[in-house]
Design a protein around this ligand. Structure first.
Ligand SMILES: NC(=O)c1ccc[n+]([C@@H]2O[C@H](COP(=O)([O-])OP(=O)(O)OC[C@H]3O[C@@H](n4cnc5c(N)ncnc54)[C@H](O)[C@@H]3O)[C@@H](O)[C@H]2O)c1
Length: 315
């Protein structure tokens, strides 16, 4: 298959690209390297890598016309909530307009496509206190990022209903794993914890550390993508991608210390305004398609730390 991964040089994208290459597919990437890194995907041939902005609508249309992709995994986005608050109009171009353009280009020039998969986010649930977060329950998008992800997924869904373009949207919870950028804000809390341990600097909790998240290992996210890509029952639907289990930040911090065999001090400052207290995914719909998260938080952390250590010592 010809597979296009937008945002393929980013954290999640690099794992998706690796997966499809390992399964013998021809993989192409569009990425402007705003938060991604070409070194994340050394295995992608130069002629398959387009260092371009997905907001260049004509260019994206031309690439789609030329390559007639079978599968598109659309991950490129302004991923920082804070950036979308500071730049709501510009981020809207990337997160909504470019998504709509991608859909429309396929409708016009590539309507034999087998699937378009869109990366949405658990952020669409906002401060919804009814747990677990279920796709059957109300959303409450409270940032431009969450509004943009919700709009994107609804466009994606309706392109399936209105124009028969086979699409699926996935609401990722807190994804972690190798190649995650430690500078990224909240979703990167695990990589920030790891940096603190490795630099032996104190870690600062916003609040008391009892807030919970559904931390899902990036390989399980790849499993979910590949599963929905192959399932006709996923067409026109939205799915949560998590583990279905909450972990508190304090638990994760302590466990990471055990894995790394290190002990650092902690600071506690006020909770950040607007931060969500508890979140975890109802994964029933995805489980019905055969999804089973292979990594508990403990297993995922071991694998993450092993991979990072291998990279540091150049294995
Ligand atoms: N990491 C998480 O926990 C998480 C949670 C929910 C949703 N998501 C979504 O998953 C997707 C991937 O996120 P990630 O964590 O891998 O982030 P990332 O920043 O590592 O990856 C995003 C990639 O998109 C590229 N990009 C950004 N703007 C672009 C543009 N205008 N044109 C071309 N390329 C552009 C970046 O350079 C980067 O390589 C995003 O859509 C994000 O919103 C991630």
């Amino acid at each position: 298959m010809n597979v296009l991964v937008t945002g393929g040089a980013g954290f999640i994208g690099s794992h998706v690209v690796e997966h499809y290459l390992n399964h013998g597919h021809e993989v192409f990437v569009i990425d402007n390297l705003s938060t991604g890194n070409r070194e994340n995907i050394p295995f992608v041939k130069a002629e398959n890598f387009f260092e371009e902005d997905i907001c260049d609508l004509d260019l994206v249309g031309n690439i789609i016309k030329e390559y007639q992709f079978d599968l598109i995994i659309h991950l490129a986005a302004v991923v920082s909530v804070v950036d979308t608050i500071n730049n709501p109009v510009d981020s809207n171009e990337v997160n909504i307009t470019a998504t709509l353009n991608l859909l429309e280009s396929n409708r016009l020039y590539n309507n034999n496509i087998k699937r378009i998969i869109f990366a949405s986010s658990a952020a669409v649930y906002g401060n919804n206190t009814q747990l677990p977060n279920s796709i059957m329950k109300l959303v409450n998008p409270i940032s431009p990022y969450a509004i943009q992800k919700y709009a994107g997924e609804q466009y994606v869904k309706q392109y399936s209903n209105l124009y028969d373009i086979p699409t699926t949207a996935l609401r990722f919870f807190n994804v972690y794993g190798p190649r995650q950028d430690p500078k990224s804000a909240y979703s990167g809390v695990l990589s920030i914890m790891q940096s603190s341990y490795l630099d032996e600097k104190p870690f600062t909790f916003f609040g008391d550390g009892t807030q919970t998240r559904d931390f899902v290992y990036v390989k399980d996210v790849v499993q979910a993508i590949s599963l929905v890509a192959d399932s006709d029952n996923a067409i026109g639907h939205v799915f949560n991608v998590g583990t279905g289990k909450p972990s508190s930040l304090m638990e994760v911090f302590e466990f990471l210390g055990n894995v790394l065999e290190k002990d650092i001090s902690t600071n506690f400052v006020n909770e950040r305004e607007g931060d969500i207290k508890h979140s975890y995914a109802d994964i029933q719909e995805l489980s019905n398609l055969g999804y089973f998260p292979k990594y508990s938080i403990e297993e995922g952390l071991y694998s993450y730390i092993n991979e990072s250590t291998k990279k540091e010592i150049g294995v």
